[in-house]
Design a protein around this ligand. Structure first.
Ligand SMILES: [Zn+2]
Length: 170
């Protein structure tokens, strides 16, 4: 076995960032040029978002782990994935979308209506729930606000950041 030496002052394991609101920039965190990963089972597609902090003493630091958002496809049993995070991300980033019911093109979020069971995302033109078309690569470079929390990492007691809420930058 070769004897190795490693300088411990080069060991950078970052602590989770404090719970707070941060302005972040979205960068493609996947190896795919469009920023999409496939789920291990089924046909799900996830946008892998690196959240890069924009201001303050943590500027240019990247939130760990990347924020993964299901943006389409089906589970192993054929049922569609929950698109809740996807619609929160579309509304926070203000990317362009097209309503498949009325062909309206929006770029300023959908109307969100609170129902007894869940939030509804309505086309502001036809006032209906719809299938909205969008390009995942429009997420990259967009700036939003996120409320970061902390949770235990997978297979570890160390704390990592979680994303509790998203909001448009202004
Ligand atoms: Zn519509």
């Amino acid at each position: 076995m070769p004897m190795l030496e490693a300088d411990s002052s080069n060991a950078t394991v970052f602590a989770a960032f404090p719970r707070d609101w941060y302005s972040v920039r979205l960068e493609n965190g996947a190896t795919d040029p469009y920023g999409l990963d496939k789920t291990k089972k089924g046909t799900g597609l996830m946008a892998v978002c690196n959240l890069v902090i924009e201001t303050g003493e943590l500027a240019d630091r990247r939130v760990f782990p990347p924020y993964r958002v299901l943006v389409g496809g089906n589970k192993e049993d054929g049922r569609p994935h929950d698109m809740g995070r996807c619609y929160q991300l579309i509304n926070a980033t203000r990317i362009e979308w097209t309503c498949s019911k009325c062909s309206f093109v929006g770029g300023n979020g959908m109307d969100i209506k609170e129902d007894t069971k869940r939030f509804k995302w309505l086309c502001p033109n036809c006032d209906q729930e719809s299938t909205f078309k969008f390009n995942s690569d429009h997420f990259w470079g967009k700036r939003i606000k996120v409320l970061l929390g902390q949770e235990k990492g997978l297979n570890s007691d160390a704390m990592v950041n979680s994303v509790e809420r998203l909001a448009p930058l202004s």
